[in-house]
Write a protein that binds this ligand. Sequence first.
Ligand code: MEV
Length: 418
Amino acid sequence: MSNSFYKYYQKTPKERMEILEKEGLIDGTQIPELSSDISNTMIENYLFNYELPLSVALNFEVDGQKTLVPMVIEEPSVVAAASNGAKTIGNIETVIKEKNIIGQVILTNIEDIKETCLVIKDKEQFLLDKASEKTQSMIKRGGGPKRVWAQGFEEDGDKFVSVYFSVDTCDAMGANTINTILESISDSIEELVGGHSLMRIISNNATESVAIAKANVPLDRLNEDKDKAIEIAKKIELATKFANLDRYRAATHNKGIMNGIDAVVLATGNDWRAIEASAHTYASKDGKYKSLTSWKYDESNEVLLGTIEIPLPVATVGGTISVHPIAKWSLNLMGNPNAKRLASVMAAVGLAQNFSAVRAIVTDGIQKGHMSLHARSLAKQVGANEEELEKVVTELKKQSKMNADVAKDILQKIRDEV
Ligand code: MEV
């Protein structure tokens, strides 16, 4: 990261934009806006836009490539925690084997579940060819339908067979594509196996869009004092162990991961409900809701090893992305990644976010970090100008009590000294 980003957090928003421009990361400092005309085409009964702060996380290096990470979030400390986590961890390596969307045609009135599943298996190529008719342009781009399989279910005498299609939708999210395929193919499936199609819809259990990211944190990055560093590494390991044992903790642990991921999902115009649904379903894939990350202290190599495994069915073209100027701006800031690269960065953000959160809660607690931002907001509240702001914040953080009265006194003292 270039020196221009030194104390970036202390700059004004205008100065921050100018630095991005100077670094050649954005074209001009004009702030992109979602116009009401565009919004009015996005949803029904549109009234006005609800705004959230957009920020940028620093220090991320993913697969050897540095990147700035746009984040949209209202919660204080998330961006600072992501940036700090990324700084400590250093390069994060990722693996994404595939990025396929799954959809299902669900059949009822099935006579024989086993026989129906066998026919589907037998006719997989026929079904793939049929599905391909609707996805010629996607096939030209290297995507298209990849696999068909079936599974039966039975409850209270009702028999169901779900016919699953997985489709490589390239850089698009692909919900429309898969739903079009499913709706066009369900008659052929009924003709093949009998039964009635109850529904044809995408599945948000995105098991074929899984991203894995790995961190390797040397002890000296955790603390200068080796014994303290080992203690922190072991506590972070215990924290993930416990998250796998207790759902109360697992929910919060994973919420912390999603703090970072959702913020990037929002900034890039992706569907955060889909990402949330797939993440939490994946967290319970073994029949028990568990942590999406794992941290282990490797004693022989004296490193803390971290892994996140999470489905990230995200897109970099189409849908909201093609109409939302801020989503386009965010992707441009990241160097216009393809969907797999975007998923890699998001996985890295989830891992760094989790690292920071867990490190904080097993050491100082999270209030310390929150207090810096609280101090900043108090300083603003009592009228500190740009020049006074950092001085008030520094003094406030030294106090045992932090409130508007204390901030007012500090500001007065600073003004008296001038
Ligand atoms: C707060 O938004 C997120 C944390 O609670 C996550 C965690 O506890 O791991 C700090």
